[in-house]
Design a protein around this ligand. Structure first.
Ligand code: NI
Length: 252
């Protein structure tokens, strides 16, 4: 069986189909999907979905894009939502210097505040980083003592060298549909991730794998990600290893 560790069924593009998507999970070989929040409303939706559907789990947090609008009220809300046993992580949080939709200093502060929040709630973190691996690494190193409940570098696109640093901090490394793209240049990184830290995800409705480019991504396409990674990882059974890792990380 598979676990999709990063699915935005709470995104407005997929939310109307949440029940249908849930019904289709089993046939696609998927046992569970972590519905990841990215702001206040999507976090509430994630928790509601986890509460209503057996296979959905939730994560709550503020995406770096929305750091400018983060408030202490949001953290109080997340603290409340995180009491639900099926709320399994804080995220997605992190830094995005590609879009720069929020001021960089604010992104760093809000990232750090949510690392602290996750630690106080005894939850792992789900980390989004784009064009900011250097700063993300120094923040995470500074908060190494706050990573006792681990976390995952989602949709990893950094170097093999940085990957090893994140692994040394106890974090997991997740790959999604990007591995199927023609221009994906990080197969060496996929090969180098220690088996016990590798995870699969879709990041749906984004990052739709080949051959469904142009359509909204869905959890059911995660098998394409598994198959591509399996080509590069003859040393392990990717499905078995990533299933076990997801259960360990999220305690599900
Ligand atoms: Ni995401």
């Amino acid at each position: 069986m598979l676990i999709d560790t990063h699915a935005h069924v709470n995104d407005e593009r997929l939310l109307p189909f949440a029940a249908d998507i849930h019904d289709g999970l089993h046939a696609a070989g998927i046992e569970k999907a972590v519905v990841v929040g990215f702001d206040r409303d999507s976090s509430k939706h994630a928790v509601r979905l986890a509460d209503s559907y057996e296979a959905y789990y939730a994560s709550v947090g503020i995406h770096p894009h929305d750091s400018d609008s983060a408030s202490s009220g949001d953290y109080a809300l997340f603290e409340e939502l995180a009491k639900l046993p099926k709320c399994v992580a804080i995220g997605e949080i992190g830094l995005d210097y590609y879009y720069d939709l929020s001021d960089r200093e604010t992104q760093k502060r809000v990232f750090a505040e949510q690392i602290e929040l996750a630690y106080s709630l005894k939850k792992p973190i789900i980390v989004h980083v784009r064009d900011a691996y250097g700063d993300a690494l120094s923040i995470l190193k500074g908060y190494a003592s706050r990573l006792a409940y681990s976390g995952v570098m989602h949709c990893y696109s950094g170097s093999a060298e940085s990957m090893r640093e994140f692994v040394r901090l106890g974090l997991y490394i997740a790959f999604g549909g990007a591995v199927t793209f023609k221009n994906f240049s990080k197969s060496d990184v996929v090969r180098a991730v220690p088996a016990e830290r590798l995870l699969l995800e879709t990041d749906c409705p984004y990052m739709t794998p080949v051959p469904f480019r142009g359509k909204d991504n869905r959890p059911e396409y995660i098998g394409l990600v598994r198959d591509k990674i399996q080509e590069w990882r003859q040393d392990i059974c990717v499905e078995e290893v990533t299933y076990k890792n997801a259960k360990t990380l999220f305690n599900i």
